[in-house]
Ligand binder design. Structure first.
Ligand SMILES: *Cc1c(COP(=O)(O)O)cnc(C)c1O
Length: 476
């Protein structure tokens, strides 16, 4: 597909702009460019067709199921978008006097209150811009706690199970902590003996996702947090995805001291295209003073408590993400939040049961909001891989699940259907998954060349990640 720059023709335009009615300021010539910027010259029709063609090439939750495990690609009710588009929320400035944005302040306060209730925490900040940013902030609170007790130097290790999301060890390392990875038990839960062996006077804390990336709710969770607390460490809950538990159980009651939530996963902000997110961070009362919160009444004069870790992002974070989250929580209500989690778990188990005769499951039995299949045996015997299945699903017109994650499962396919898919949609998806599996095993050689219908089939993913071509040069 040609870029707008390549479609450009000198002189072509769509000149609706009115004549400039403000005084023209003459900049010093040293500040001016020597040649005009090479903006593409296009007719309105060219532009309209270009963006329609781009739209046809993308796939989103509005097109069909998007069962990307650990990502929660679910349908986000349009009413939340409508709320976030209200002029009272969009036409404001972060430096506006506090008296004039009372409604916005209230939105943030109400959301913090509701998220505290859902998670069992005592205080929240909405500042962090994403999940990984929230983890970083949360672990800073934990570090500050040890520092103020004079143990900052000794407590320099963070324990992370090997089933964890990659951002967890990265967060520990970014905070200057040594990451201690502990193996999972046979059933995918935390190996208690390995945990006991890993804790000590140097333990700053534990980072855990529960249910974990295998979709398993750890039955020993209170024992796990007790072991960490007994050793003097704190417990961090990676709540990027709260779909399985919200309204049912609370991380605060499981013994966790600090948590982040991805409002752009569970709480209704569309994501995946690099748009704005929010990694709200909650904590128990004893960590509250370290939060990066503006505690002064004289907004916008920023004032933090003397023990605060300081600001982690400008102003109040991605405020419109908070508006959507509040609209979502309030429209679901107490019962709706709980039902949403129950439906997410029911849907995952239904899809898992429909697929269990075809795909080998990494963990048989009931799951929470997601489950992991493995192509390990098939790959060894026939060469058909998880990657082949994912590419084959593209040809069938649906988005593939997450692949090769979690790392502890070989040839993994990790599916999270979410609560917003209907029974018919799940059954149709299961049919497609089975069909692709059968086709792959019938002709593994052909499967290595899937997809046949997509515009881009098998890019060199390493080069694409390491040396992305993000700029267009006119001399290309
Ligand atoms: C998505 C996710 C993250 C990271 O969130 P980002 O907003 O992408 O930074 C962290 N942990 C888990 C378990 C996740 O699923």
């Amino acid at each position: 597909m040609e870029l707008l720059f390549e479609k450009s023709r000198p002189g072509r335009s769509h000149g609706y702009l009115p004549a400039c009615d403000t005084p023209v300021y003459s900049f010093d010539s040293s500040l001016l460019r020597e040649t005009d910027a090479a903006f593409p010259a296009l007719s309105e029709n060219d532009i309209s067709r270009h963006y329609s063609a781009l739209e046809e090439r993308t796939y989103g939750v509005n097109d069909g199921i998007y069962p990307l495990g650990s990502c929660t690609m679910k349908y986000n009710p349009k009413i939340n978008e409508q709320c976030a588009a209200l002029p009272g929320f969009t036409d404001i400035h972060p430096l506006q006097n506090r008296d004039t944005v009372q409604g916005c302040m209230e939105v943030m306060d109400l959301l913090k209150r509701d998220l505290c209730e859902i998670t069992g925490m005592d205080a929240m900040t909405l500042q962090p811009a994403a999940g990984a940013h929230g983890e970083f902030t949360g672990m800073m609170l934990i570090k500050r706690y040890h520092e103020l007790r004079g143990e900052g130097e000794i407590r320099n290790k963070v324990i992370v199970p090997d089933s964890s999301h990659g951002t967890n060890p990265a967060t520990g390392a970014m905070n200057g902590l040594t990451v201690v990875s502990i193996p999972s038990a046979e059933d995918g839960s935390v190996d208690l003996e390995a945990l006991k062996a890993a804790v000590g006077e140097d333990t700053a804390g534990l980072m855990l996702t529960n249910p974990n990336t295998l979709g398993i709710f750890d039955k020993n969770i209170t024992e796990i947090t007790r072991i960490i607390h007994e050793a003097g460490g704190l417990c961090y809950y990676d709540g990027a995805n709260l779909n399985a538990v919200m309204g049912v159980v609370r991380p605060g009651d499981m013994g966790f001291d600090c948590i982040h939530l991805n409002l752009h996963k569970t709480f209704s902000t569309p994501h995946g295209g690099g748009g704005p997110g929010a990694g709200a961070v909650g904590c128990k009362e004893f960590l509250k003073d370290y939060l990066p919160e503006d505690i002064s009444a004289a907004y916008p004069g920023v004032c933090f408590g003397e023990n605060s870790i300081g600001k982690v992002r400008s102003f109040q974070g991605n405020f419109l993400v908070a508006v959507r989250a509040l609209a979502y929580v309030l429209s679901l209500g107490r019962e709706g939040v709980r039902k949403s989690a129950q439906t997410a778990v029911l849907n995952a188990n239904y899809l898992k049961a429909l697929l269990a005769d075809t795909y080998e499951m990494a963990n048989p039995g009931l799951c929470m909001h997601e489950f992991v299949m493995t192509m390990q045996k098939e790959h060894k015997e026939t060469g058909a891989s998880a990657l082949d299945i994912a590419k084959g699903l593209l040809d069938e017109g649906i988005h593939p699940p997450t692949i090769y994650f979690p790392l502890i499962v070989h040839e993994a396919l990790m599916a999270e259907p979410t609560e917003t898919e209907s029974r018919e949609s799940l059954e149709k998806t299961a049919d497609i998954f089975r069909r692709v599996y059968e086709k792959a095993l019938a002709d593994p050689e052909a499967a290595h060349h899937w997809p046949v219908s997509a515009v881009i089939g098998r890019p060199d993913e390493v080069t694409a990640a390491r040396k992305p071509v993000l700029r267009w040069h006119s001399d290309n």
